[in-house]
Design a protein around this ligand. Structure first.
Ligand code: SAM
Length: 215
């Protein structure tokens, strides 16, 4: 798949907040869940960490290690307690980078990976997690009803017009079409259920959904 992220996107964190309604609430919730369910002397890994803002702003446990992974060099600013690695997420997992993790995050990252690799990412995350560890997964999905999906997409475009011009919305949609492919909600949820003891939907807005799989 062509990569939408050929290099750092200027003002990316602001851009994502202007593109996904109520996404700040999702980040707040995920940071709270990360702190509460991370375990001492383990790792927390953010796959597709982009600028690193999520880990930078997350409350840290004293003996936990924090690692952000992204295949783009986002020229990360030095961040106390956080290590950033420029690497493909699946290569990182295959090489054991997520060994002894208690929290792994993939916030809108899987949707940029080839379908053929997505199940392997989920399986390897599960394998590396310690007992009681969690996988926090957020994605834009295809909703089961075409009718509902159509209304939701139109409403999203309407909402984005507060922040972008019509040309900007259309241009981004054309660019994203080259590299982003959505899972069906059912397919993603079923794959998560096949691996994890429980799968918990913790946030959703339109076609954006965030779930937590518990090992
Ligand atoms: C939509 S952004 C989400 C960023 C961040 N998780 C957030 O919520 O703000 C997707 C990120 O995933 C990264 N990415 C996509 N495919 C990747 C892969 N195979 N390995 C590592 N990073 C990847 C992109 O470079 C980009 O930074």
């Amino acid at each position: 798949m062509t990569n939408f992220f050929n290099g750092p996107v200027p003002e990316f964190d602001d851009h994502i907040r202007k593109s996904i309604p109520t996404v700040d609430a999702m980040y707040d919730l995920c940071q709270g869940v990360t702190y509460a369910l991370s375990q001492e002397r383990t790792r927390v890994v953010d796959l597709g960490c982009s600028t690193g803002k999520f880990l930078r702003d997350t409350l840290k446990r004293a003996t936990t290690t924090y690692i952000g992974v992204d295949f783009v060099d986002w020229q990360w600013e030095k961040t106390p307690r956080v290590t950033f690695r420029q690497e493909d997420a699946l290569t990182f997992l295959r090489d054991g980078g997520a060994k002894d993790t208690s929290v792994v995050l993939s916030l809108c990252t899987l949707q940029f990976m080839p379908f053929s690799k997505r199940n392997e990412v989920i399986r390897r995350v599960y394998d590396w997690l310690v007992e009681g560890g969690i996988f926090i997964l957020a994605e834009k999905v295809h909703l089961p009803s075409a009718g509902v999906s159509e209304v939701v997409e139109r409403s999203l475009i309407q909402w984005k017009r507060k922040n972008f011009t019509d040309a900007e919305i259309l241009d981004k949609s054309v660019k994203l079409a080259k590299s982003m492919r959505r899972n069906t909600f059912e397919g993603l949820y079923t794959t998560m259920q096949e691996h994890f003891d429980s799968v918990n939907i913790v946030w959703a807005n339109g076609a954006f959904v965030c779930m937590v799989g518990v090992k």
